[in-house]
Ligand binder design. Structure first.
Ligand code: DON
Length: 318
C-alpha cells in the first residue's frame, strides 16, 4: 500500500498538505448533486442537505478535518459495528451459528432472503443481522444500551456522545419492516428475548449521534490490529478486528459493497444519516458525512470524497 505520495517535495501527510487535499476534495464533492436525504422519518428528513464533512484520523494520533466535522449527526447503521463488537466478545464463535458472514446482494432491509434462509440473516451489517445482534446484547447484558454507550464514549474519548431521542422514537413509530424481520426470525427460533425489547435496543442504537471526528477516532482500533492507538487498550483481538474489517469489505456498503471494493478498496460502513467510515489498515480511518443518499442508501458525496481521497493517496488494501 502506498501512503507516501509526495507533493512539491513534501509528504502529502504533512498536516498542511493533507488539510489542503481534504479541502479540495470537499469542494469537488459539493458539485455532486445526486441523492436525496433519508425521509422515512421526519427527524432525518429535516436535516440540512448541504452539511458536508471529511475527517482523517491517523494512527499517530493526528486528526485532520474539513467542513462540519464536529457536528453530531445520526450515525444509523454505522452503529451496527458497535453492537457487533460486543456480541462477538460475548458469544465467541457461536455467534456465527445465528448469523452468516456472506454478502446479501439485497437491499439492507430486504425480507425475502430471510424467509428462504430460515431466519438466519446473511450478515450482521444488514438490518436483520443487526436486529439479531441486538437480541444477543439484550439477552446477555442487564443494561444493553449502557454497555454500548459506555463503550462508544470510551472509544471516541467524549463523554457527551448520546442518542437523539426524537430519532429513537420515530424509528419505533415507523419500524414496521424491522418488526417484520424480527418476528420472522423469532418464528424460526432465532430471537431469544422479547421482540419489542430487541427492537427498542436496535432503534436506540441507530439513533446514536456522533461527528465525523468522533467516528474517525472511535474506529482507529480497526486500523491498528484491534488496539486503540490513543489509550493503548486492546479493544478487540487482532483476529476479531480482521474479521470485522472483512465483513465491512464484503457487506458494509450494502448491495453497493462490490462496487465500493472495486473503486475504493477499503473496508467501510455507511448509514442512512449520510455518514461513511472507511478503515485503512496500519494507517488510520477516513470518516465522511453528507446527508443526500444514492439509491442504495449510501451518501452520494461521502462516497465521492472517500473514493477521491483513497485513489489520490493509493490507499486500497487490494
Ligand atoms: O433500520 C432502519 O431501517 C434505519 N434505522 C436505517 C438504518 C441504516 O442506516 C441502514 N442503512 N443504510
Amino acid at each position: 500500500m502506498t501512503h507516501d505520495v509526495i507533493s512539491g517535495g513534501q509528504s502529502i501527510h504533512a498536516p498542511d498538505n493533507l488539510k489542503k487535499l481534504l479541502q479540495s476534495i470537499l469542494q469537488q464533492a459539493l458539485t455532486v448533486n445526486d441523492g436525496k436525504v433519508a425521509d422515512y422519518i421526519p427527524a432525518l428528513a429535516e436535516v440540512k442537505s448541504d452539511y458536508c464533512a471529511l475527517t482523517v484520523a491517523t494512527l499517530d494520533g493526528k486528526v485532520t478535518s474539513v467542513g462540519d466535522a464536529s457536528t453530531p449527526f445520526s450515525i444509523q447503521s454505522i452503529s451496527k459495528i458497535f453492537g457487533l463488537m460486543l456480541a462477538m466478545e460475548r458469544m465467541g464463535d457461536s455467534l456465527w451459528e445465528r448469523v452468516q458472514m456472506e454478502p446479501s446482494g439485497q437491499p439492507f432491509n430486504s425480507i425475502v432472503q430471510l424467509e428462504w434462509e430460515r431466519g438466519i440473516p446473511r450478515n450482521p451489517m444488514i438490518n436483520a443481522g443487526a436486529i439479531l445482534v441486538s437480541d444477543v446484547l439484550v439477552s446477555h447484558y442487564s443494561a444493553s444500551k449502557s454497555a454500548v454507550l459506555s463503550m462508544v464514549r470510551g472509544l471516541c474519548n467524549r463523554d457527551t456522545v448520546g442518542v437523539d431521542s426524537r430519532v429513537h422514537e420515530s424509528e419505533k413509530d415507523h419500524g414496521a419492516r424491522n418488526a417484520a424481520l424480527a418476528y420472522l426470525m423469532k418464528s424460526f427460533g432465532n430471537i431469544e428475548s422479547d421482540v419489542e425489547e430487541v427492537l427498542d435496543h436496535y432503534f436506540w442504537q441507530c439513533a446514536l449521534t456522533m461527528s465525523t471526528e468522533d467516528l474517525a477516532r472511535s474506529f482507529a482500533f480497526l486500523a491498528n490490529r484491534g488496539k486503540c492507538p490513543r489509550s493503548g487498550k486492546q479493544i478487540t483481538s487482532h483476529r476479531d478486528a480482521q474479521r470485522i474489517n472483512a465483513l465491512l469489505s464484503t457487506s458494509g456498503m450494502y448491495d453497493q459493497s462490490g462496487q465500493f471494493a472495486f473503486t475504493v478498496g477499503l473496508p467501510a460502513k455507511s448509514g442512512v444519516g449520510g455518514g461513511i467510515v472507511a478503515i485503512v489498515p496500519d494507517y488510520g480511518v477516513i470518516a465522511a458525512w453528507s446527508p443526500p443518499l444514492n439509491s442504495f442508501g449510501n451518501s452520494a458525496r461521502g462516497m465521492a470524497m472517500i473514493r477521491n481521497l483513497a485513489n489520490q493517496l493509493g490507499l486500497s488494501v487490494y
